[in-house]
Design a protein around this ligand. Sequence first.
Ligand code: TRP
Length: 327
Amino acid sequence: MTRVFSGIQPTGDLHIGNYLGAIRNWSRMQHETDAIFCVVDLHAITVPKTPGEVGAASLRLSQLLMAAGLDPAVCTLFVQSHVREHTECAWLMECSVSFGELSRMTQFKDKSDQHKDFISGGLFTYPALQAADILLYDTDEVPVGDDQRQHIEITRDIAERFNSRYGDTFVLPKAVVPKAAARVMDLQQPTNKMSKSLDSPKGTVNLLDEPKQIAKKIRSAVTDNDGEVSFDFTEKPGVSNLLSILGAATDRDPASLAGDYEQYGQLKVDAADAVVALLEPFQARFRELEADPGETARLLKVGAEKARETAAVTLARAKANIGFLAD
Ligand code: TRP
């Protein structure tokens, strides 16, 4: 069976862009593949955090993911720092990647611009830890957004270099950017992706927003003045985004939905209703999980144990192939 691995940082709440663009797809994939999903808390501390912040965010994100359909009985869901093989393997990865390669990462350039006052060494070597995440599980496919393609490419380069230095050790993974994923843009700035880091509260529909808030945000979405409903992200980003959201929420093709509308008002009402209906069962499930953090912790522990079974074998193989003195 195809082994799939993906990771998500415990920073900020999830929004409908995360859900319709990625996580809904993950919950479908878990039934067709051997899927492993990781809350990457070690990656989160590449930028400064206050004590306790990361742990609380990891618990909450795990609950959001479970509420969104990731079933710990079907996939493997765990927290990165619970499987210490990740940090140990990351060192092997760091020694298999060059300063030049790491310097070319666009995510590093963007994030170091955002955190100019303190650019941690970890922010620079971040892709080595990500390579460890992926390679420890003999991953075939990594479902990610376009912004992560470069990190999967460097992971392949690291795996190839390690294999050529020390002998066949790691499986070369490939990035899969799901075709079915919806394109969800910020409601206020529809040429930008809806994003946790954009800091655009009015343009972002969070999965835990109240129905009223959702309706208000969608009603206030930026459109244009020509009054024509058509699906064309270049000419009409705002309207196309609404069609895209409505299409994703109702499992219909956004381009063909355009013909159903004469004016923006009704499109907004329908899009809001569809998102509220989509999120209702999700929110109910989240409240249940939130009320029982002990149960989430137990499920995550089981996930970490399952993950470690594979990770430990791969790490031992890598160390044996390097030929460290046996302990
Ligand atoms: N870098 C990814 C992001 O910012 C998160 C991540 C960490 C990841 N490790 C991973 C994604 C392994 C895929 C596979 O979104």
